[in-house]
Design a binder for this molecule. Structure first.
Ligand SMILES: [Zn+2]
Length: 70
């Protein structure tokens, strides 16, 4: 992992399992875009299309929930 990415991750107040930031509050796409380096490192995300919250380890892709990629 790039040093800049790791630094950005460390600046976030969330546990990091080596792959994803274990956030509780779903991350919205627009908000995630503020930090492009780590925008795909959030576990809980809000679907950009239907606003449903989802866990990326279980479903979905990027900022699209399981229901919106079918
Ligand atoms: Zn959706």
């Amino acid at each position: 992992m790039e040093k800049a990415v790791l630094e950005a991750i460390n600046e976030e107040a969330h546990p990091f399992d080596g792959e994803l930031l274990q956030n509780q509050e779903p991350k919205h796409f627009t908000d995630a875009c503020q930090r492009p380096l780590i925008m795909l490192r959030w576990r809980m995300r809000q679907c950009h299309y239907c606003s449903t919250s989802f866990d990326i380890t279980k479903e979905g892709r990027f900022y699209r929930c399981g229901g919106c990629i079918e």
